[in-house]
Design a protein around this ligand. Structure first.
Ligand SMILES: *Cc1c(COP(=O)(O)O)cnc(C)c1O
Length: 376
């Protein structure tokens, strides 16, 4: 299935790069491309602010900065995600508290989150895993009841539709997007945050530019790093953004075909198609054996992997090593709670099949035949 490498880079991106290079201005501080990208993404999402930055991880760091935890405060998140969700919590000297997931989807379970909220909780970071809509209505209600910031990690969920209307990334206080090589659209690396809140937007914008409020001259009133997106990234991202609706339509069409082709298969949990953006196509085998099945599928040329992660992130080795020099602050004595549902998914039941916009009916038929062969 090599022809399904699935990127949409072409003449439009080449023209965009040429435009920027000929302009002689590669920095978004003075150029127009990144500001235009922000405007286009804000309009697409119906958000008051979109703030571009250098990666999805940088966007998540900005979102933690927006939540403003004191050192040692807690942020509740999921053990099944890219480490880019968790690293920014540690970078702000906050403590990741891992809540368990729904075993049918791998997505944060609001009841598990509710049970972990305590006096030091500052925020909830939820991930729209593999492109499926997370239960953000319940999480937003929980966040509002306890005065917490809800952050939606939409790195895998461009244009994921929420059941109540609107896109994933607009139900929380801050949403984040990634433009990394293998996301729905890419400029190599890049990220964006979304928010309707002027104060949070201001905090994130300043942090992404060294705490430098350029309207006030060369004075630094708050801490910040340099997370700026370049004009080269911004111009490519704009060309990619124009292709995003087509990318989603193509992924959705073939994913629904696969669901139809696998419907009724005993012992195979299929994803719900409503609103799904199909970054990957996840399958759950409640009886276990996903590692063996993935091995057999791969021998048949199907791009399948078991578990998505090597281990759930509550067991990531980094949580038991020094974080800054010899210091483990703020994780001294830290013991991550068990997340049995997530751990069983990663070890035994979760199978993910790579998905992209170039899949054809023949690809779908090949995947369906192989899954039926080994999971029947
Ligand atoms: C890719 C990804 C990130 C990190 O994004 P980068 O652009 O690679 O830094 C964070 N969270 C999730 C869920 C991701 O898939």
């Amino acid at each position: 299935m090599a022809e399904s490498a699935g990127r949409t880079l072409g003449e439009e991106e080449i023209a965009a790069l040429e435009r920027v290079i000929r302009s002689g201005m590669l920095s978004s501080v003075w150029g127009a491309e990144v500001r235009a990208l922000e405007g286009e993404v804000a309009e697409l999402y119906g958000s008051r602010h979109a703030i571009a930055c250098s990666s999805g991880t940088a966007a998540l760091h900005l979102s933690v900065v927006a939540a403003a935890p004191d050192p040692g405060d807690e942020i509740i998140t999921t053990p099944i995600t890219d480490f880019g969700t968790v690293a920014p919590i540690l970078a702000q000297n906050a403590v990741p508290v891992f809540a368990d997931v729904d075993p049918a989807t791998g997505i944060l379970d609001p009841r598990a989150v509710a049970g972990l909220i305590g006096p030091r909780t500052r925020a909830i970071m939820v991930v729209h895993l593999f492109g499926a809509p997370a239960p953000v209505d319940d999480l937003r209600a929980l966040a509002d009841r306890h005065g917490l910031t809800l952050i939606e990690d939409c790195a895998q969920a461009w244009l994921t539709e929420l059941p109540g209307g609107g896109y994933a990334g607009t139900a929380g206080h801050v949403g984040t997007l990634s433009l990394q090589q293998w996301k729905h659209i890419t400029c190599g690396d890049g990220g964006l945050t979304l928010t309707d809140d002027d104060e949070l937007a201001g905090r994130m914008r300043l942090f992404a530019d060294k705490g430098w409020d350029r309207a006030k001259g060369r004075s630094h009133e708050s801490l910040g790093l340099n997370y700026r997106m370049t004009e080269l990234q911004g111009a490519v991202a704009r060309a990619q953004l124009a292709k995003l609706p087509g990318v989603l339509a193509d992924r959705r069409r073939t994913a629904v075909q696969l669901i139809e082709a696998l419907r009724g298969l005993e012992g195979v949990g299929l994803p719900h198609p409503d609103g799904h953006a199909w970054w990957l196509f996840p399958i759950v085998l409640p009886g276990g054996g996903a590692r063996e099945v993935a091995g057999k599928l791969r021998e048949d040329g199907i791009p399948a992997r078991a578990g998505y992660l090597h281990e759930t992130l509550n067991h990531a080795p980094v949580l038991n090593t020094p974080l800054y020099g010899g210091s483990r602050y703020p994780l001294e004595g830290y013991e991550a709670a068990a997340c049995p549902e997530a751990e069983r998914m990663v070890a035994e039941t979760l199978l993910v099949i790579d998905w992209n916009e170039n899949y054809t009916g023949a690809h779908v038929a090949a995947v369906a035949a192989a899954v039926r062969k080994y999971c029947g």
